[in-house]
Ligand binder design. Sequence first.
Ligand code: SD4
Length: 346
Amino acid sequence: MTDRRDFLKASLLGASAAALGGVLPTRASGAPLPLTAGMARVVSTWDFGVPANQAAWAVLSKGGKALDAVEAGVRIPEADLKNHSVGRAGYPDRDGHVSLDASIMNGDGSCGAVAALEHIAHPISVARRVMERTPHVLLVGEGALQFAIEQGFKKEELLTPESERAWKEWLKTARYEPSINNEVRDYGKTGLPGGPGNHDTIGMLAIDQHGQMAGACTTSGMAWKMRGRVGDSPIIGAGLFVDGDVGGATSTGVGEEVIRTVGSFLVVELMRQGRSPQEACKEAVMRIVRKRPEASKTLQVGFLALNKQGEVGAFALQHGFSYAVCDAKKQDGLLPAASVYTTSYT
Ligand code: SD4
């Protein structure tokens, strides 16, 4: 029964991948094959991962470092005024403040993060400075802002007129209902990075030509969240984890569920025990299903993983999670992830 369901889902996914102009399937799952030594690859969450990967690829293809690539890559959606779930123009909290979370991690275990950071358009670059210029891993709120300003980052108003309008519209009901973004979106076709939903994080993982790995994760978090709320994205082990001996993982969706299961760390540890990236992502999602069987039906969580051989896997609770893959063969691949629950395309 399960096999038949999986088979049907795999066929549908293959068809969707073709429709999206994705990477040509090289395995039954549609995921690209492992890399040979000296080749680079970058993967990231959602359709806005396509242009982000291209910026990362500009670094990787010249022999640059994975760490520089992931920072450069995720700065693209952070700067995108049409993207309301990452960086500048992110939707605010319920009190109208845009507050951003980000983390960055190297395969050698060095990492940095910022949470509830306001007024700075590129939290990922502040996270990198935390990693490289402080003895700490995570700075939050006022302290993170003070550090950013000391480091020369510009203090700006991040609430755009469009985001402000959306927030005022939301205030009419003020109901907090994270939506499941399960439209299969294509960045190029819809022109709607971030889509109509009220959340979506970019998580990016890269392996460079020297075999080094790094990851980055950045978000404005759940739209209309409580002031001071921090999600999984800046929590090392939850929204992002990279161990160069094994691989990396990142997550998107309702961060509370990912924090409860320390999701990205779990995915990497499962890979360490021999699971493929796909199997590891699926098991991390199933952990949420088993712990919270009812809640898991109504919310989205997706994991994306890249092991040190360059194999890629992704899995989500709900249908509609997509991930972008970029390497020397294809720079604009977008693939739909397999999921536990299948809801209809809208
Ligand atoms: C958070 N995980 O703050 C982020 C939001 C997100 O898709 O990824 N949404 O909980």
